[in-house]
Design a protein around this ligand. Structure first.
Ligand code: NAD
Length: 263
């Protein structure tokens, strides 16, 4: 592999790695040769991922069972990981998105829970792992957020709000990180994962229409004319982690089949 795309000798921590975009990103980083630690709540799902990571080319693969909303256990898990494996060079901040629905139906508690799981967890992980990145002179932080950062999506009020907070947090962090350590946001469009399937069901039920009609309406706004595959989002996330992406910093980049309207 071209050296500027190789992640051999780099250790990546991928959050929310048991399904969807997180899982695909773990595999994409493995294909670039990284040593991958896959974090999620479900140990069973992670165990099936480990042999796939090795087969994809990972320089090592291990699972880390952890609930990202429980910050004390996250901190303890990180401390153990760094002791056992060494510093983390690549952090993928990713977790399940908040429930859909009209924003005026959302309780204050829903916003608080989502802010905690997304923004505060990313902040905790970044602060904990940054000293190791600084010591190594190399670091990559990639946040999996949403195109709603650029154009809020109707019916995803809590998500729209939290993603904007996350993007503002990330931009601010990008100004404070030292040279050699970057942070960027990947904005997936409609991507065929468990999350999208459940959103489709929720919207169909709310509007009393068929899920297929919901999907057809979504696709009418996508010039590529189909849903994205998790691997297509993961390819962008993995590229942002390579040495080749060293001058890309503080950006929000969409993999959305052309759906966003902004230039
Ligand atoms: P997904 O539901 O398939 O995967 C989410 C992953 O996060 C799973 O592995 C889940 O177990 C894990 N997770 C959730 N809560 C966790 C917790 N508390 N602790 C540890 N792990 C936890 O979702 P996805 O479609 O892959 O989406 C990933 C992110 O991208 C989400 O934030 C989602 O909202 C966002 N996104 C997805 C789409 C899409 O179309 N799929 C579009 C835009 C944005």
């Amino acid at each position: 592999m071209n050296e500027s795309l190789s992640l051999a000798g780099r250790h990546a921590l991928v959050c929310g790695a048991s399904s969807g975009i997180g899982r695909a990103t773990a595999l994409a980083l493995a294909a670039h040769g990284a040593q991958v630690t896959a974090l999620a709540r479900s140990g069973d799902k992670l165990e099936t991922l480990i042999p796939e990571l090795k087969e994809a080319g990972a320089g090592g693969a291990r699972s880390l069972k952890c609930d990202l909303s429980l910050h004390q256990s996250v901190q303890a898990a990180l401390d153990r990981l760094v002791l056992d494996v060494g510093p983390v060079h690549i952090l993928i901040n990713n977790a399940g998105g908040p429930r859909g629905g009209p924003i005026l139906d959302a309780s204050a508690e829903e916003f608080t829970r989502a802010f905690h799981l997304h923004v505060l967890t990313a902040h905790l992980l970044t602060r904990s792992l940054l000293p190791g990145m600084v010591e190594q002179g190399f670091g990559r932080i990639v946040n999996i957020i949403s195109t709603s950062v650029k154009e809020p999506i109707a019916g995803l009020g809590v998500s729209n709000t939290i993603r904007a907070a996350m993007a503002a947090w990330s931009k601010t962090v990008s100004k404070e990180l030292p040279s050699g350590i970057t942070i960027n946001n990947v904005l997936p469009g409609f991507t065929a994962t468990d999350r999208l399937a459940s959103l489709k069901e929720q919207v169909a039920e709310r509007r009393a229409i068929q899920p297929a009609q919901v999907e057809a309406e979504w696709l009418a706004s996508v010039p590529e004319g189909r849903l994205g595959r998790p691997e297509e989002v993961a390819a962008l996330a993995a590229f942002l982690c390579t040495p080749a992406a060293s001058y890309i910093r503080g950006q929000s980049i969409a993999a959305d089949g052309g759906r966003l309207n902004g230039i």
